[in-house]
Design a protein around this ligand. Sequence first.
Ligand code: NAP
Length: 344
Amino acid sequence: MTVQPRKSRQVHLARHPRGTPQAQDFSIVEATLPPAAPNEALVRNRWFRISPSVRLMASADAQHIKGIPFPPLMPGDTLADAAVGEVIEAPADGSLRRGDLVLHRYGWRDYALVPADSYLRLDDTPLDPAAWLGHGWTAYAALTRGLQIHAGDTVLVTSGAGAIGSMAGQIARRLGAGRVIGSTGSHDKAAWMQAELGYDAVLIRGSTPIAEQLAAAAPDGIDVCVDMVGGEQLQAAVAAAREGARFVLLGALTAELAAERATMIAPVELDSFRLIVKGVSLRGYSADSDPGAFAEWLQRLTEWSRDGGMVLPRSTFVGLDSAPQALHEACAGRLKGVVLVELP
Ligand SMILES: NC(=O)c1ccc[n+]([C@@H]2O[C@H](COP(=O)([O-])OP(=O)(O)OC[C@H]3O[C@@H](n4cnc5c(N)ncnc54)[C@H](OP(=O)(O)O)[C@@H]3O)[C@@H](O)[C@H]2O)c1
C-alpha cells in the first residue's frame, strides 16, 4: 500500500519585496496536504524554474496592475512556476503511472497535488530538465511564429544571456541568421556568450550608449530584433533597423527589473518615421498563444542536438531552501540561462 506523504515544504511570500527580492521576503513553510482527489496526481518535484517575473508578481502594486499576465502574490501565498516531478500516486483513470514524469505549474514546493488538466506527461528522453523547463520553446515560437528569419539576416537578441535570450541567439543561427548580436550586463557574460553561445558581438548595458555599440557591431543595421528589454535597447534597435526589419517584443526587463520598483509600464520613444520609411514591423508576442510550438521545439532540439553545438544554458541551485537566493541572484543579473532549483 502506498504511504502518502502528507506534508509539503513550500516557499511562501512573507512580505512584498522592496527593490530586488531578498531571502527574508520569503519563508519556508510545512503544509499538510489533503488526500489526493480522484482527478489529482500526487507529485514529488525534482526541478522547478525560477523566473524573474516573480518580482513583479510579488510586488505590492501587482494587484492593481491591469492586464498582469499572472496572479498577483499576497503575503502568505505559495509561489508557483513550471516544475518537473515524479508521480507518487496516480489518479484512478489510469492515464498516469507511479514513476511517470510530469510537467506542471506547481513549483516552489517539494510535493504537489496536481489536477489532471494541468500536467503534461513527459517521455523520459531527453532527461534534461532545461529542455522542458527552459525557455528554448519560447524563443523557438517567437522565431517561427512571431516572425520569420530570412537567410543571412543580422539579428539582435536583447538580454541575450537570459533564459529566453540564451536560446534565441542559437536558434536564430540554426534558422539561417548570418550575424547574431546579443546584449548583456557584464563583460564576463559577454565573453561567455561569444565563447559558448556563438554570438558574433555583444553589447553591454550601462557602459557606452547602446546605439553607439550597436552601430559598431552592425554597421549595416539589423534585420531582426528579439526584444526582452525595451527602453534604450529597443530604441537603439529601431534606429538601426534596415529595410523590412522585423521585431518580436517578448518582455520589457527594463521595467520588470527596474532598480527601484517593478512595473508593467515601459514607455519608450521610437522614431516613427524610421518605422514608416523602412517598413519595419513590430509585433508583441506571447508564446502561450502557440502551445503547439512546445512539442515541435522538443523535436527540433533533438535533431539539432544530434548535430552538436546546441547548448541548454542553466544556473542550478540545490534544495528548496536555496530558491529565494536563486530568485535574488536572477533578478540581480548574476545568473546565466534558465534558473533551476533541483530537489534531490
Ligand atoms: N512573451 C513571452 O512569451 C514570454 C514568456 C516568458 C517570459 N517573458 C518575458 O520575457 C522577458 C525575459 O524573460 P527571461 O525569463 O528570459 O528573463 P531573463 O532574460 O533571464 O532575465 C534576467 C536577466 O535580465 C537582465 N537584467 C537584469 N536587470 C535588467 C535591467 N534593468 N534591464 C535590462 N536587463 C536586465 C539580466 O541579464 P544580463 O545581466 O545578461 O543583462 C538578468 O540576468 C521577461 O520580461 C519575461 O517576463 C515573455
